[in-house]
Design a protein. Sequence first.
Length: 528
Amino acid sequence: MQKKYLSLLVILLPFVTFAQEPSTSEKIDVIFKQYTEWFVNGIFYAIPFTDTIQIPWVLFVLLGGAIYFTLTFRFVQFRLIKTSIKVVKGDYDDVDEKGAQDVHPSEDDLTIVDGDLPETIKVEGHHGEVSHFQALTAALSATVGLGNIAGVAVAISIGGPGATFWMILAGLLGMASKFAECTLGVKYRDVGPDGTVYGGPMYYLTKGLKEKGLGRLGKVLAVFFAVMVIGGSFGGGNMFQANQAAAQFVKLFAISNANAGLYFGIVMAIIVAVVIIGGIKRIASVTEKIVPFMAVIYVGAALVIIVLDFKLVPKAFQLIYEGAFSAVGIAGGFIGVLIQGFRRGTFSNEAGVGSAAIAHSAVKTKYPASEGIVALLEPFIDTVIICTMTALVLVITNIKGGYFEYGIEIKQGVELTATAFDSVIPHFSIILTIAVILFAFSTMISWSYYGMQGWKFLFGKGKVTDLVYKILFLLFVVIGASISLGAVIDFSDAMIFAMVVPNMIGVVILSPKIKVELAKYLKAIKVK
């Protein structure tokens, strides 16, 4: 046992030393950028339309897919939002568990039996690991975070109040993408002998495309996705979160100790370890408590500001509406505002990225579409509600205090949001710092699960494989909190959005399967 701890210490020591030498980290950052800049530039390459307008190509893919799914599934995000709430409440739990006796595979779905693939038929009796509500909160914990606090502030500073309008529209369209990918996540999941669920784009790309006679393409896309999700889990889903949480903590308490970030990272890593060792069940049990708590505190504070300044609400909505179409004084005009709104909306809720399908695949249900219907709530909560609340607070407080000028990008989004809240609720920045830390923590534990699923897909399912990934993930928590990140985060963000390519290809090709699953479930709940 002592040898094991000694070996772990030997592994940790170089990282701790590295974390204590900012000059070394900066040198490595420069070298890292030299080798990865081509990939980052490729993923975030912006197509020039005019001298001032450039649109990232990945935005076209995300929005194009969202519009396609909205039309293909006949505006499912609006038709079934009430049904979604009922499923989360548990109104149809008996159907999920027992199934409906007279619902059978359709004529064009003969390659599956009772909603399952032949090779996984032996686990047909198993219904997953977590409830609909737990799966929803686990996925939400990965998307609701710093983007809702800092990202919205940056978008509005650049695009003005009008960016809020397009951000909301992006959230509404993204609901259809979440429905599609999460339905497939459940349909093509694997369940181990011990009941552990393995799911996500890796599985529906391999199994689903194989059914379509595109087995080789499916394997290539699945491996590419798995590599990207692992990289994204270490970077944007881990180091960036730890870094920002540590920075807010140190700033709030005015800590001058040079090693404060390191100590914060170690404590955070220990707390994260306690949760992720328990797998998706432990993660879900934590997120089902943290996410509602964070949402109530944050949205509640925003509502307080809106109510206290209710006389300015009509003016705020007027600025949002007029700014969405006129955009006076904003670089790029109407198109510039539209891009900022869509970019923040789609990048915040990750609809189309495929990450959420990993969390939702662990749900207890016999009907894949039931979880797809639940998943469509994510962009609504993340973007339409939480991001919009942040935007309203910023616009209203800016009318009163003139804290920033529209059209000029601000760098510290968290600070601007904190200033806006503090102007109405004194010292709320303390609560906001706690929220940032909780947002970061919840994002890390969910992304650890995402990365773990990609890791298992590539390297096999076993205790040793799990342990190696978890140790690496915890090391990156410490590193992220301790050093300047720079190019490392740019690269990891690029990896997250590179996931869009294989995911969208697979989901579009498998759209007919989603239609079949949706029809089955709607018939089942009507039978009840």
